[in-house]
Ligand binder design. Structure first.
Ligand SMILES: [Zn+2]
Length: 174
């Protein structure tokens, strides 16, 4: 293939194995949850700059998205939109990860969070054809009990699309 031959990357089938729900929300996705949000506000609050001091600095940005993902409606909508955008990029299989215990600020139980995202994944898969699996994250600064709770959720939902457990967040806490 010559150097000038263009490849239509958009159309090539792809597999996305490392996608964090809270760091992968497009402007369109966030705006559906925050009507009236401007592009400038989106860029300032939800998009990390090209250069972050360190991972701790970077992790300030997903906090804004996590604050929006505290209801069943928002979790469901955000997951669905992310999968639709992946479908448009030619993704045929994805594993999307998130930390259930970070989505309980407004009263959802962790199992309700996982249940909601599992249902959203099933419906998004049926709609788009993108095979959508989920990975549950625990965080380095969580207590052991919280990590065990997350591991138990992986087991409880393994027949509903959950395929793994992830240890995420700032390695300075390790
Ligand atoms: Zn990661």
């Amino acid at each position: 293939m010559g150097p000038n031959r263009k490849i239509a990357f958009q159309d090539l089938p792809k597999i996305e194995l490392h996608v964090h729900l809270d760091t992968s929300l497009s402007y369109q996705n966030i705006r559906a949850l925050r009507p009236g949000l401007t592009v400038a506000e989106y860029n300032q609050e939800y998009v990390a700059p090209a250069q972050c001091r360190d991972l701790t600095d970077f992790l300030r940005y997903p906090a804004s998205a996590i604050a929006l993902l505290q209801t069943r409606e928002n979790l469901f909508a955000a997951l669905g939109q992310l999968v639709r955008e992946m479908a448009a990029d030619g993704v045929i299989y994805t594993e999307i990860r998130f930390a259930p215990l970070l989505h309980t600020d407004q009263g959802l139980q962790p199992q309700e969070v996982v249940e909601t995202v599992c249902q959203a994944a099933r419906e998004a898969e049926a709609e788009t054809g993108v095979v959508t699996r989920l990975i549950l994250c625990t965080l380095r600064h969580f207590a052991a009990a919280q990590s065990l709770e997350t591991a138990d959720l992986v087991i409880a939902f393994r027949d509903q699309g959950v395929v793994g457990l992830d240890l995420a967040a700032d390695e300075a806490y390790s």
